[in-house]
Structures are given as C-alpha cells and as structure tokens.
Design a protein. Structure first.
Length: 217
C-alpha cells in the first residue's frame, strides 16, 4: 500500500510539471538570441579563387628559367586557415530565425628559389563574406534543436602580393552564400553544434554557441 501511494505521488508530480510546461509559451521555454562561432573546411573558397584545379586568375608572378630542361627554378609553399565564421540570429517565431553571418578564410603562398631557398615572392588571399541569414528550426526542444538555413550576401577576396621587384594589393568582389542542409545543436545556454551544407563556411562546420533571452521578454 505504501508503494502504491508513493507511485501515485510520483505520477502526480510528473503530470503537474508537464502541465506547467504546456501552459508556458514558446517565448518562455525557448531562447531567442543565438550567437555562434564555427570552424569549417575551406574547399569552396579554395575552388572559387583557383587555389585548387588551377583555374581562376592567372599566376602573375610565375617565374620560368631561360631554358626549362629540368622544370621550374622555384618552388611554392602553401597553407590556409579553416573557414572561420561568427553569426548572430534572433528567433522571430518558434521556428523562424533572422540574422547575419561573417565568414573569413585566408590562403597563403610563398615562392622560393630552388637553389638558394631565398623567398622570391609571397601572396595572401583574405576572403571575407558578409551575409544576411535565415534559419528554419524544425525540431525545437529544450536541449536539442534541428534546423536548416540559408545565407546570401557579399564576398570579397583581398589579394596582397609582394616580390623582390613588385608589390600590390587588389580586391575581387562576388557573392557569398551558405546553404545549410541540416544542423544540430545540443545544449541550452551554452551548446555545441554541427552543420552539413555547402558554401563559404564549409561543407562540414562545427563549433559552439550561446543562447540567451533578453531581460525584457
């Protein structure tokens, strides 16, 4: 009898808590402000700027020997950063978010004389995208959110070149975008997230973020 009474109390408390949550609006249950910092692969920026497959702008500083018997008389060293992004979004409705995203990727290339190993030239490509963003969250739980989204805006490739005889800086302008097929973030105030999509932020992106409400709801 005591066990039955205890079970009834537990069931009643659980039902009371569930009923209380149901009476709360989504504004009271879910956070409305979202800030994310993510790191993704730089494959699309690399393709757009000709860092892979060799297409895009020509190699203005190509140096060839007078008699090219054994190949180029110089060699290259290349590196790049991941696609780094920061974004802010505001939840207008339970499932619809509006905000903006800033993305940055840098490609570095140095050229060296093959005989002396002296650096003969260097180039830096700073790719910056500023994009208004929308997000559609199709699962909204206290600790788990599943969503899709789209960012579309302005992108610029700032090219800085320096050699022993020449130095210049120029910019190429274009369209920046990110299509998020599916994203998931787990946590409440502080959370981790992973996204799969295509665009300036990468085909795969992961990072952390912060959800919060303003003092005035």
């Amino acid at each position: 009898m005591k066990k039955l009474f205890l079970i009834l109390i537990i069931v009643f408390l659980g039902w009371s808590l569930s009923a209380q949550e149901d009476t709360l609006s989504w504004k009271q249950q879910l956070q409305r402000h979202d800030i994310q910092i993510g790191i993704g692969d730089p494959l699309l920026p690399a393709f757009v700027t000709g860092q892979i497959f060799g297409h895009g702008r020509p190699d203005y500083y190509e140096q060839l020997p007078a008699v090219n018997w054994f190949g180029d008389d110089s060699y290259k060293w290349r590196a790049c950063t991941p696609a780094i992004s920061i974004s802010y979004k505001y939840r207008l409705t339970k499932w619809f978010w509006l905000g903006a995203t800033l993305s940055y990727t840098c490609f570095l290339e140095n050229r060296y004389d093959r005989v002396t190993n002296v650096k003969t030239s260097s180039e830096r490509d700073h790719i910056i995208s500023i994009m208004p963003s929308v997000r559609f969250s199709w699962l909204n739980k206290k600790y788990v959110t599943l969503y899709s989204g789209l960012s579309l805006g302005y992108a610029v490739d700032i090219i800085q070149y320096k050699s022993q005889t020449e130095k210049y800086s120029t910019a190429e302008h274009g369209v920046g975008f990110q299509l998020t097929a599916v994203g998931v973030h787990v946590g409440r105030k502080w959370y981790g997230f992973t996204e799969i999509g295509v665009g300036m932020q990468g085909f795969i992106q992961a990072g952390f973020g912060c959800n919060f409400n303003s003092k005035k709801k």
